[in-house]
Design a binder for this molecule. Structure first.
Ligand code: ARG
Length: 567
């Protein structure tokens, strides 16, 4: 049961919607005050009364409401200093929450609110033959989490890897490969070898400007469908995708489409024609642009003076294609905030073209990830390969685990889950727009707000369940505050998942997990589980442990993080 919703419904105040009321209802800092509270000063303007009077009036109305009296959901309503405090009937609440979790199991937290609706999610969207570096971490794990979250909410999620596979850089790569490359080295070295070729090209081209002309010519050949050039291009692409697949597998990331920029080569003309037809294209220094001065933005360039397309042109064709193909309700672009202007521009141009679905395009922007100073990989300048970061985290996790519990079985497997989890959680724990400084010590801290803290808590709970067994039935005993706090925490998964979807903010789920783990540990240390005072209490505590585990498992599944049985 959603108590906030219940309270909002019962309150029903004129001039304010139930949703707004819902948002206003807060959790008081301690249980003595109540389980929920409505700060009435927020209503003072609307109701033209003092908060103290509002609280008292609302209390009196509620207490006189027959349905409130009969339903026995609220145990106590009090007005204190302008706050309306609610105490709920805990026994019923705890019983209902546990029943819900233990019967819904892996689907606890899911809903069908998205039934019949489609959400396209453009994420990871790597560049072919370029390093898959630490900068791609956020888009990949954020997008992956949103993909699972929307599916869990009943939407049909379409994961799209909008590959950067278009542009003169592929001409450069062909030129470099023909001059210095050999098949075996590239085949073996994958992205790293391709990147080295690319870097070499740039160095050499400084002294040989003619290489650049050659590269442009090769790119033209790709576009014209020259079979040798196309074959090389496809080979580069294949090698890149094979290389990154290892990382996607580790991070539990999947896509429904790999339609990248080159896929839209033949789909841009209709957009250009339409822009012309609608009188939106103007010439500016030889280029074709859409003027956006009225919207305080620089012009959106559609065609360069040589007639070639741009990143924005391909994105517009892609948006139209996605609308036609998937008929999305929302199309999300999980891309760093550095590209804010790009998205604002082409969204605006689509809107000016009269496409009413332009309002359904959302740039889900996120902050930068950098590595702590001193941990920078020295491999190639300042490029830090994501694969190296993940492997280093797994290695470090192994050392810690081996130190703490040398006799543990499957140490490698546990280290894998802990290490990968730490990387994912490190990227997802904070509000997405914040810049993050990634620190190995921080993400692997067993006592921090980390995935390994949550995983360790689960292992602890698992061990209790293994010893005590999962009770077939249980009753609700006299409740302790630790138990109530834990149940309250786990009861919020459904609303947390919903909010994570609405705000495109998987960090809410990561925070939920840490909160539940902290409350579980408090319960675990303060209340005896296996040696509880009586059988009734023991059974209940085992059931509660089981429910808390389930809630954590579901939350972590949405983030793409595994939970080892033992640690
Ligand atoms: N490949 C681009 C980059 O690395 C990101 C593409 C994002 N998606 C999009 N539809 N523009 O910057």
């Amino acid at each position: 049961m959603d108590y906030k919703k219940y309270i909002a419904e019962k309150l029903s105040i004129e001039g304010i919607s139930q949703d707004e009321l819902y948002e206003m209802i807060a959790l008081p800092p301690n249980l003595e005050m109540g389980d929920y509270a409505l700060p009435c000063f927020k209503l003072a303007k609307l109701m033209r009364k003092s908060p103290v009077m509002i609280a008292e009036t609302l209390r009196d109305t509620l207490m006189a409401d027959e349905s409130v009296i009969n339903e026995k959901v609220l145990k106590e309503v009090s007005a204190v200093n302008g706050y309306l405090n609610f105490k709920i009937n805990k026994t019923d609440f705890v019983k209902a929450t546990l029943e819900k979790i233990l019967s819904e199991k892996d689907s606890y937290g899911s809903s069908n609110e998205g039934e019949g609706k489609t959400v396209c999610i453009d994420y990871s969207s790597i560049n072919i033959a370029k390093p898959f570096h630490i900068g791609h971490l956020s888009t990949t794990v954020l997008g992956g989490a949103l993909y699972r979250i929307f599916n869990f909410l009943g939407y049909k999620a379409v994961g799209i890897n909008h590959l950067g596979d278009y542009g003169t850089q592929f001409g450069k790569l062909i030129s470099a490969y023909k001059r210095w490359g050999d098949k075996e080295t590239i085949e073996k070295g994958g992205i790293r070898a391709l990147n080295e070729l690319y870097v070499k090209f740039h160095q050499e081209a400084e002294e040989h400007p003619e290489y650049d002309d050659e590269a442009r010519a090769y790119f033209k050949k790709i576009e014209q469908g020259d079979s040798e050039c196309l074959a090389l291009f496809h080979w580069f692409k294949e090698l890149t995708l094979k290389d990154v697949q290892k990382i996607y597998d580790m991070l539990d990331i999947r896509f429904d489409s790999y339609a990248g920029e080159s896929f839209y080569s033949d789909k841009m003309q209709p957009i250009v024609d339409e822009l012309k037809e609608k009188g939106l294209l103007v010439e500016s220094r030889g280029a074709q642009v859409v003027d956006l001065e009225a919207y305080n933005m620089p012009p959106c360039i559609i065609l360069k003076s040589d007639g070639s397309s741009l990143y924005a042109t391909r994105d517009m064709a892609a948006a139209q294609y996605r609308k036609n193909t998937y008929d999305f309700d929302k199309c999300l672009y999980v891309v760093a905030y550095q590209q804010n202007l790009h998205f604002k521009q082409f969204f605006k141009v689509l809107e000016l073209m009269g496409k009413d679905w332009a309002k359904d395009l959302v740039h889900v922007a996120y902050g930068m990830v950098s590595l702590e100073e001193g941990t920078m990989s020295t491999r190639k300048g300042n490029v830090v390969f994501l694969e190296d970061v993940i492997n280093k985290c797994i290695e470090k996790a192994y050392k810690i685990i081996d130190d703490k519990n040398p006799n543990l079985e499957n140490k490698e497997e546990v280290a894998q889950k802990v290490g990968v989890g730490a990387v994912i959680f490190g990227a997802l724990y904070n509000n997405k727009i914040k810049d993050i400084v990634f620190s190995y010590d921080k993400v692997l801290n067993f006592d921090g707000e980390t995935s390994v803290y949550v995983q360790y808590t689960c292992a602890r709970a698992n061990s209790v369940l293994q010893k005590g067994g999962i009770p077939e039935s249980y009753e609700i005993p006299e409740l302790t505050s630790q138990e109530i706090e834990l149940v309250k925490a786990i009861s919020t998964l459904p609303e947390t998942v919903k909010a994570a979807g609405e705000k495109y903010e998987p960090s809410l789920i990561a925070r939920f997990a840490v909160d539940v783990a902290q409350k579980f540990n408090k319960f675990y240390f303060d209340c005896k589980i296996l040696s509880a005072e009586d059988e009734k209490t023991k059974n209940f505590r085992l059931a509660l442990t089981n429910a808390a585990m389930q809630a954590l498992k579901n939350a972590f599944a949405l983030l793409g993080i595994g939970i080892p049985d033992k640690m």
